[in-house]
Structure formats: C-alpha cells, structure tokens
Write a new protein. Structure first.
Length: 72
C-alpha cells in the first residue's frame, strides 16, 4: 500500500506539472493515490517461469556400459 508520503510527493509533482493551480489539492491527492494503487495492483501479479525441461539420455542397454572401456 502506498504511504502517505508517497501520495503527497506524487500529488505535489502533479500540481507542479499542471502549473501550480490554486484549490486543486484534493484532486491532486486523490489522483496520486489512484495512480499509486493501480501501479501496486499491476505489480503484484507475479509470473513464475515454468520448470526447466530436462532432456535425459535414454537408459543404457543391459549388459553394456557406455562408460567402461576394455583393458588393453
């Protein structure tokens, strides 16, 4: 949840961007609060990557070991 400080800072920025108009403090405050809440709602959706796909080699055939070599 957005803090009071964050809301006020954004409201002040909006006020400055609009040329510092008189009497719109409440409007800027509620617009800033709405913006921050919307950002929070969209950022709370977390996508987890799918598990990795592991391509394992086929099991060795019985009676033969692919890693052993005959002694010379």
């Amino acid at each position: 949840m957005a803090t009071e400080e964050q809301i006020r800072a954004l409201a002040y920025t909006i006020w400055e961007q609009e040329g510092c108009p008189e009497g719109k403090g409440d409007e800027h405050y509620y617009r800033a609060k709405q913006i921050l809440e919307e950002q929070e709602a969209t950022s709370s959706v977390k996508f987890e990557p799918p598990p990795p796909v592991i391509n394992l080699p086929p099991p060795p055939k019985k009676g033969k070991s692919p890693t052993r070599r005959k002694k010379a």
